[in-house]
Design a protein around this ligand. Structure first.
Ligand SMILES: Cc1ncc(COP(=O)(O)O)c(C=O)c1O
Length: 369
């Protein structure tokens, strides 16, 4: 008799996968080296911890709150977020990390096998989610300045794309596209425009950038926000979407998992958003350090374009030097991100750390010949 599982192994697990899943590659996250000495400047986390009020909310969680299911649509959180952005609660939905909103948007707005639009380069999860859905990807190269190409709407409409992802500030460059440009794009696009604002908290407040106003003017704009970066809560897995009520309703009431955000996360997320003063203080510190680090990198021949995010895309003289720096830093316990891709293979994406962390990075760069 066959040992248990032998028949399964003989057939291979491929036998059960859908064709497109068998053919695709999964998302490759930034490396996670263990050890207190490792300096992680590769996944754009906030170098500062969440607000003390978040940790107080965590320690006040009771057994009774865990025994029961959480509010299915995170009503308290939606009210807090709606107040913060001056929108109605039915324009907001809570998600288990911003990534969940990306997946939900595809499941809700894209017929299987219809294409998904992306600007290249950008967040490498978009094509992975498209492949999992069985959708081809229509790619439009960002302009020389990392901006959204001016004919994006025309090209996406010509390819009959029902959903386009635009990350703003752009990743991996940090370039900010203006609300005016996005407004014209939303007006001209026939499909849904997802404005992925994972890093928007780090935008200089003097620019008065607020894309939420687009959701009042256009019923096809979905804004993604996350607590992973600006609020120092990447470990919690909490994000939210903002859009016209008509756009949010099918995701909120049909395609969302029944209890997609847990009771602990809902409470902590409310506490984080309520303490805007604390969050703004960390954003200001990151912005100050971004300017210092950018200048210090430029002095070392590693210039980066102006970034409105919490990372810098530093260009080395060539791909060989970028690879040597990436490997040399890792040997010294410092992780930065290297993408072996067109336009990126001579660059390093470096998360802005604390001044002390960045001093360690700069000293290590100086030591790598
Ligand atoms: C551009 C972009 N969008 C969305 C996300 C999703 O973030 P999270 O799922 O942690 O909320 C990330 C995370 O790195 C990102 O870089």
């Amino acid at each position: 008799m066959d040992p248990p599982g032998a028949r399964l192994q003989a057939r291979g697990t491929m036998a059960y996968e859908r064709r497109n899943i068998a053919d695709m590659h999964g998302y490759v996250p930034g490396k996670q080296l263990r050890g207190a000495e490792t300096l992680k400047l590769n996944t754009n986390e906030n170098p500062y911890p969440p607000a003390p009020a978040v940790l107080e909310a965590l320690s006040s969680i009771t057994g009774e709150q865990l025994r029961c299911y959480p509010p299915a649509a995170a009503d308290d959180f939606r009210e807090v977020a709606a107040r913060l952005h001056s929108v109605a609660p039915d324009q907001v939905m809570a998600v288990n990390g911003g990534d969940e909103l990306l997946r939900l948007a595809i499941a809700t707005f894209v017929e299987p096998s219809r294409p998904i639009g992306v600007v290249e380069p950008s967040y490498s999860l978009y094509p992975v989610l498209a492949a999992a859905h069985g959708s081809p990807v229509v790619r439009a190269e960002s302009d020389d300045d990392w901006g959204v190409p001016c004919d994006l709407a025309e090209r996406m409409n010509a390819a009959r794309v029902p959903l386009v992802f635009v990350v703003n500030p752009h990743a991996p460059s940090g370039k900010l596209t203006s609300v005016r440009t996005l407004d014209a794009l939303a007006r001209d696009l026939e499909g849904v425009l997802v404005v992925d604002e994972a890093y928007v908290d780090f935008v200089d407040p003097e620019l008065a950038h607020d894309a939420v106003e687009l959701t009042r003017a256009h019923d096809n704009v979905l804004i993604l926000r996350t607590l992973s970066k600006g609020y120092g809560l990447a470990g919690l897995r909490f994000g939210y979407g903002i859009g016209a009520a008509s756009l949010m309703a099918p995701m909120l009431w049909k395609t969302r998992d029944s209890y997609n955000v847990d009771a602990i996360a809902q409470r902590l997320a409310c506490a984080a958003l309520r303490d805007q003063a604390y969050a703004r203080e960390t954003w200001a510190k990151v912005r100050d350090e971004r300017a210092r680090l950018s200048a210090a990198l430029a002095e070392r021949g590693l210039s980066a374009p102006a970034s409105q995010s919490n990372f810098l895309l530093a260009a080395a003289r060539d791909a060989q030097r970028a690879r040597a720096l990436h490997a040399g830093l890792e040997e010294r316990g410092i992780l930065v991100r290297y993408f072996d891709a067109p336009r990126l293979d001579h660059r390093l994406r470096i998360t802005v750390g604390t001044p002390e962390q960045d001093d360690r990075l700069l000293a290590a760069i100086d030591a790598i010949r």
